[in-house]
Design a protein around this ligand. Structure first.
Ligand SMILES: [Zn+2]
Length: 223
């Protein structure tokens, strides 16, 4: 968020990131319902004890909020490439109101956003995954660590590659540092888009070196 946007936020009420409507927070009721159509993470697992999630089904350690298509695709592209960094508030408002997603997040100790290379972050001005993870950590009252996983190579953009090349492209790109900070903790990794899973797998490989208690995956969208 730049200075002007910050100033505007103080002067005016927050507006809906999708339609611009004022007075209903960062996501208005109508747009919330529209986004719900793209949600693949529904509020429908009431009988699952989140504290025992791992023993029930290991698949539940993986949660994707939206399907990456149409409006969601458009919003994420705007968020990442059109300098609409404020959209993180809109995405987070949706996630926090989704009981399944929010309970899932709260069942972890730590959230780690997939890191961006320093050069790329400087160019964009923000790490889109970090903004969302920071807000989610605040709301769920869990910790966020951005100094545990580091991106040590400025590799090619994954979306420009095929499945096999994506795997090679992320090889030795992420490095675990300060591993004692996550030892024996429940660690959730967060990324914006899940496509082949190559990025997440590369991060997972590093994080598991720290002997964590539990490892989970959260992504904003699944392609
Ligand atoms: Zn709206």
């Amino acid at each position: 968020m730049n200075l002007l946007e910050k100033a505007l936020e103080y002067i005016f009420l927050p507006s809906c990131g999708v339609c611009g409507k004022l007075g209903e927070g960062y996501l208005c009721e109508k747009c919330g319902k529209i986004l719900e159509k793209y949600a693949i993470c529904h509020n429908d697992y009431k009988n699952i004890d989140v504290n025992n999630i791992k023993s029930i089904n290991s698949d539940i350690d993986r949660l994707h909020i939206f399907q990456y298509k149409e409006l969601i695709r458009k919003l994420i592209i705007q968020y990442k490439f059109n300098n609409k960094s404020y959209l993180y508030k809109t995405f987070c408002e949706f996630i926090v109101k989704n009981k399944k997603a929010f309970d899932f997040i709260k069942s972890y100790d730590i959230i780690i956003p997939v890191p961006m290379h320093n050069k790329k972050k400087a160019l964009r001005g923000y790490n889109q995954s970090e903004l969302i993870a920071k807000e989610l950590a605040k709301k769920a009252e869990i910790e966020i660590f951005t100094d545990v996983l580091k991106k040590v190579k400025n590799n090619k953009v994954q979306s420009s590659l095929n499945k096999e090349d994506r795997k090679n492209n992320v090889k030795d790109v992420y490095k675990l540092i300060n591993k004692e900070k996550i030892y024996n903790k429940k660690v959730l990794i967060f990324d914006d888009i899940y496509t082949t899973g190559a990025t997440i797998e590369a991060c997972k490989k590093e994080i598991l070196k720290a002997n964590v208690k539990q490892f989970g995956i959260l992504t904003l969208a699944k392609d």
